[in-house]
Ligand binder design. Sequence first.
Ligand code: COA
Length: 139
Amino acid sequence: MAVEYHFGQTGIAFEDVLDLYRASTLGERRPIEDHARMQQMWTSANLAVTAWEEGLLVGLARSLTDHTYCTYMSDLAVRVSHQRQGIGRELIRLTRAAAPDATLILLAAPKAVDYYPRLGFSRHESAWILRPSDELAPV
Ligand SMILES: CC(C)(COP(=O)(O)OP(=O)(O)OC[C@H]1O[C@@H](n2cnc3c(N)ncnc32)[C@H](O)[C@@H]1OP(=O)(O)O)[C@@H](O)C(=O)NCCC(=O)NCCS
């Protein structure tokens, strides 16, 4: 069956988004029970691409971008029933096409560490994160 792709969050029921997080397993690594937080994550993303099959949300890419220098792709999720059909790759391609001059940046989930190198991503040896619970050390 044909998969259609759309940009933006307009007209998408938040319950469908939550369902996809669960159906892809990515929900295991996101604050899925905190609906207010998940809703803010979804609505505040300024580059969302979704994949649909006959009205069913089967994949999404949720990113934050300045459209010219960097795009942080926070979430890439495809339903388990629809994985390994090229949907993830197409979601990445479209995310990139929306901001072609921007470098795509992401943190791979454990289940996807071997996925991104297959698609041509390179590991960045000087990537750093500061979690909300981490102290900002004095200089
Ligand atoms: C990772 C994920 C988004 C990939 O989406 P997908 O639609 O299944 O991937 P594609 O069909 O575009 O895969 C393209 C290629 O990568 C391979 N591949 C897919 N998932 C892979 C994985 N987890 N590890 C290694 N290779 C993988 C496919 O086999 C395919 O290669 P092939 O055509 O030679 O068989 C999807 O498996 C998923 O949602 N996983 C659970 C959530 C998750 O971990 N998301 C990533 C958050 S960083």
